[in-house]
Design a protein around this ligand. Structure first.
Ligand SMILES: NC(=O)c1ccc[n+]([C@@H]2O[C@H](COP(=O)([O-])OP(=O)(O)OC[C@H]3O[C@@H](n4cnc5c(N)ncnc54)[C@H](OP(=O)(O)O)[C@@H]3O)[C@@H](O)[C@H]2O)c1
Length: 273
């Protein structure tokens, strides 16, 4: 059975989710159908991924009840003004074909478009009005995250996190507020597959270095991971990480691989910790 995180308010979040960035049209539909078939119960999309309709249709057509799927979408930064937060979320719900999402994130810091306080308050109102069960942010460095908590009851910060990129300062802020880290690009876009340390640990458990990486992330308290694959076999093996456990020593060896290696760094991105 897949581990979950249960938050103070009772929200339950499956620790391994299915990422859908760069999956479009039939590929997005097929990917989500396969993911649900092999056991994923958490799906990550965004207004900016241009696949909400296919993701929603795949969930609706699957054998899994909508209530059993934890569904996340994200606001484009250009939708950060209060009226746009509501209008674009209503559009996302129509595109996804659902009454509400489980988690709504602000995809990137968006103070060029609206003050942080305004966006956070508008997102909070959507929880109160039942359009989403919870809210969070994405790509917020720790100081900005701390500031956002002054305005809104956030549950997560979705950030790049894998063995080569630790996020200690963000984890600390989230821990203080009872939130969790959502690790994106969790297998460093496939780079972990040939890592000598991860491969050595993998051999001891008769699994792959990618599986060790995903196991490491979900075995860390307060961490959720959302690997993406468009390949049915890799979708399945990425989810097959519940049959072994890493020792404390193995967890520490993987933590020591951190070298501040960031893959997602747009020119207009935030100043990272
Ligand atoms: N909030 C944000 O700003 C943000 C940014 C980036 C990503 N995300 C979210 O996080 C999700 C995952 O991140 P990501 O897509 O950047 O990176 P990722 O999940 O670390 O890696 C995906 C890449 O690795 C390959 N791959 C998947 N499983 C593999 C395996 N078992 N062995 C070898 N290669 C494998 C995939 O190719 P195949 O498809 O061919 O298997 C794909 O090229 C995204 O889909 C999105 O939902 C969010």
């Amino acid at each position: 059975m897949e581990p979950t995180i249960t938050l103070d308010g009772g929200l339950t979040v499956p620790k391994l989710g299915y990422g859908t960035w760069r999956l479009w049209g039939q590929d997005a539909y097929d990917g989500v159908r396969t993911a649900l078939d092999v056991g994923y119960r958490h799906v990550d999309t965004a207004q900016g991924y241009d696949n909400e309709a296919e993701v929603g249709r795949a969930i609706a057509d699957s054998d899994v009840d909508r209530d059993e799927v934890f569904l996340t979408t994200k606001l484009k930064p250009s939708n950060a003004a209060a009226a746009d937060v509501r209008r674009s979320t209503e559009q996302s719900l129509r595109d996804l074909g659902v009454d509400r999402v489980d988690l709504l994130l602000l995809h990137w810091p968006a103070e060029d478009h609206a003050p942080l306080e305004e966006t956070m308050q508008a997102m909070t109102a959507l929880v109160e009005d039942g359009l989403t069960r919870a809210i969070g942010v994405s790509n917020f460095p720790s100081a900005m995250l701390r500031r956002a908590y002054e305005f809104a009851p956030l549950v997560t910060d979705q950030v790049e996190h894998h063995p080569y990129l630790a996020v200690d300062a963000i984890e600390e802020v989230l821990r203080e507020h009872g939130g969790f880290v959502t690790a994106y690009s969790p297998i460093a876009r496939g780079e972990v597959a040939d890592d000598p340390t991860l491969t050595e640990i993998a051999d001891a458990h008769d699994v792959t270095a990618t599986q060790v990486t995903l196991r490491w992330l979900i075995q860390k308290p307060g961490t959720v991971a959302i690997p993406k694959s468009g390949n049915p076999e890799r979708i399945r093996t990425n989810f097959d990480v519940f049959g072994f456990e890493l020792s404390d020593e193995e967890m520490a060896r993987i933590r020591a691989l951190d070298r501040g290696h960031r893959l997602v760094a747009p020119a207009d991105g935030p100043d990272w910790d």
